[in-house]
Design a protein around this ligand. Structure first.
Ligand SMILES: [Zn+2]
Length: 157
């Protein structure tokens, strides 16, 4: 999300106020700013899903926890888990690699080589083109570049 965009900031405030309302807590502008500072690398729709997921992930028998608003850290952890789950689901749908993301092939000399599947290559290209980037994406860039190069080299061979 872009905190400098008034519309996005307002939508973000609404989400945090709603998260507070769930546990009968009023959130101040300072609290919203602190959440915003922590979560600004994530898109709004993901933050909304992550808030709900973070509440579900909690120990439901903990009565004290039921009175507390989800922290920015809990929301971030839920967001990361959602991103990872969806990545796995995308591979799982692929029939070329059966969800393995890598394909093992035999070279002419009989040796074995593993190359990235098209689905992994497409994800690498998407990741490298994405505009709103999380810290995690940036950490991942080096790996994604290796996958893209490896795939292209295999196709040219
Ligand atoms: Zn695949």
């Amino acid at each position: 999300m872009n905190p400098k965009d008034p519309k996005e900031k307002e939508e973000f405030s609404r989400l945090i106020k709603k998260a507070g309302a769930k546990v009968a807590k009023t959130v101040t502008a300072e609290i919203i700013d602190a959440y915003c500072d922590y979560l600004k690398d994530y898109p709004l729709d993901l933050i909304e899903r992550a808030i709900n997921q973070a509440y579900r992930d909690r120990d439901q028998d903990d009565i004290w926890l039921k009175t507390q608003i989800v922290t920015s850290l809990e929301i971030e952890q839920a967001a990361k888990a959602i991103i990872e789950d969806e990545g796995r689901m995308e591979h799982a749908k692929c029939s070329k690699c059966n969800g393995m993301a890598w394909i093992v092939a035999e070279r002419k000399d009989g040796s074995i080589v593993a190359h990235p599947c098209e689905c992994l290559y497409n994800r690498a290209v998407d990741a490298l083109q994405k505009k709103s980037r999380t810290r995690k994406d940036r950490d991942n860039d080096r790996y994604m570049k290796v996958i893209a190069r490896s795939y292209e080299a295999y196709q040219k061979r």
